[in-house]
Design a protein around this ligand. Structure first.
Ligand code: F3S
Length: 432
């Protein structure tokens, strides 16, 4: 890579051995990505590793080495949701608590190191850091080094900031150095669309089902999506933003999409229109039949496929304030229609700690949820499920991302509400 004088000096050890390791690691990363040089980072980072599992997580010794050498990120950063230590709201058995305590025994030390290295605040754990109440919302065009696929695709597509899908830990090192390899989605050329996807459906599709269909088609390509603007408002209002958040998370998880453009909706598509498409871009269409076939192809991974659901997670990615209010109303209305006081399936709505605090100030909505028996948690449902104990539970969700990574069963929103309220899954649609 072509290095500046300063980068070269750091590489040779001008700032000491820890800085030297950071720079050399980033140079190797840049070379692997065929980057010619680094570019300066212009906004805070967001990293996808919020906890340390013994033998799996990033080694605490590395964080300690960085912190003790006085290194810190250029700007404050945020982290993905905390591990499932929210015992008050997750309805854990004694055995589950014991296992989580053991698995997550390094969490306090990890949190301390992250604060020393530049974590925004002790509640900065969420996969929706870009919501106003959380505050890590980069401006258009800002150069970033983020990981967490659902965040990367959101800030690239909806906010038109610029980040690659970085590897975990390399995101941290980049933000310490304040530099990231100039390549891929940071460049104008890398942001051009390699696919045109025409949406030809009769009504607005479930965002995470549509996202999965797009992701499966384009994999790590950049889709330019037409026909979806019929179902979205052009001014990126809260409802549109939430829809794009959900769709993007599934594009990124089921495919490997880091950026999409929606015709007449997302900033770069508004400015450049179909000029964003590269010459010879691939082309495909998604219609209702394809979405139904995709939904029907998802297997039920439960040992007993007829089991009653034991738990429901909503909020992968984390819910917005608008979504929390919407679920509070929907569940409350469904309970009233059924003449029931409380939900029949333990239900946990996941959102950022800052979003939950704001939501609690809306006493009417909050009381609707609490009186119905619904819990709020800042955890990550996937982190909860990814162990042999919890993986056995019959869990339902409306998140295609969560379904893809675990044995949770996907239900569309109306089916999910019915299941939460009655305890029964409507089997009329055969999910296999
Ligand atoms: Fe967020 Fe965890 Fe889902 S990080 S996107 S809640 S897998």
């Amino acid at each position: 890579m072509k290095l500046t004088q300063e980068e070269n000096a750091i590489r040779k050890g001008s700032r000491g051995p820890v800085w030297q390791k950071v720079m050399n690691t980033l140079i190797l990363y840049g070379e692997a990505l065929h980057a010619e040089c680094f570019v300066d980072i212009e906004w805070g980072g967001h990293f996808s590793i919020p906890f340390a599992l013994p033998g799996v997580g990033p080694r605490l010794e590395m964080l300690t080495e960085l912190a003790e050498a006085g290194l810190k990120t250029k700007y404050p950063f945020t982290l993905d949701p905390k591990a499932p230590i929210d015992f008050e709201n997750l309805g854990l058995s004694a055995e589950q608590k014991r296992v989580f305590r053991e698995m997550l025994r390094d969490q306090p030390a990890y949190d301390k190191r992250m604060l020393e290295l530049g974590l925004r605040d002790e509640n900065a754990y969420t996969c929706t850091p870009y919501f106003t109440e959380v505050g890590n919302r980069p401006p258009r065009g800002a150069i970033l080094a983020w990981s967490e696929s659902s965040c990367v695709v959101f800030v690239n597509s909806v906010l038109a900031a610029r980040t690659n899908r970085n590897s975990s830990i390399l995101d941290l090192l980049s933000n310490i150095a304040g530099k990231t390899p100039l390549t891929g989605l940071l460049t104008d050329e890398g942001r051009r669309a390699t696919w045109r996807i025409d949406i030809k459906v009769l009504k607005r599709p479930h965002p995470q089902l549509l996202g999965a269909a797009i992701g499966r088609l384009v994999m790590d390509g950049v889709p330019y999506i037409t026909g979806l603007d019929r179902f979205l408002r052009p001014d990126l209002d809260d409802e549109t933003v939430d829809y794009l958040k959900e769709m993007g998370a599934a594009c990124a998880a089921i495919g490997a999409v880091g950026l999409y453009h929606v015709e007449n909706i997302t900033p770069e598509a508004i400015d450049q229109g179909r000029r964003l498409l590269v010459a010879g871009a691939a082309h495909d269409a998604i219609d209702d039949g394809k979405l139904e076939a995709l939904l029907a192809s998802y297997p039920v991974m439960w040992k007993d496929t007829q089991a009653k659901p034991r738990k429901c997670f909503i909020g992968c990615p984390h819910l917005s304030l608008r979504e929390l209010r919407g679920w509070a109303d929907s569940i409350f209305d469904a309970l009233q229609a059924e003449g029931r006081p409380r939900i029949a399936v333990e239900t946990i709505l996941c959102a950022a700690p800052h979003t939950i605090s704001r939501f609690k100030a809306d006493t009417e909505s909050y009381m609707k949820l609490i009186s119905a028996g619904v819990k709020l948690s800042p955890t990550c449902p996937e982190a909860y499920m990814n162990n042999p104990l919890c993986a056995k539970e019959p869990v339902i969700t409306n998140s295609n991302k969560f379904r893809a990574f675990t044995s949770a069963r996907l239900l569309l929103d109306e089916e999910l509400i019915e299941a939460i309220v009655t305890g029964r899954i409507n089997q009329s649609r055969d999910l296999k």
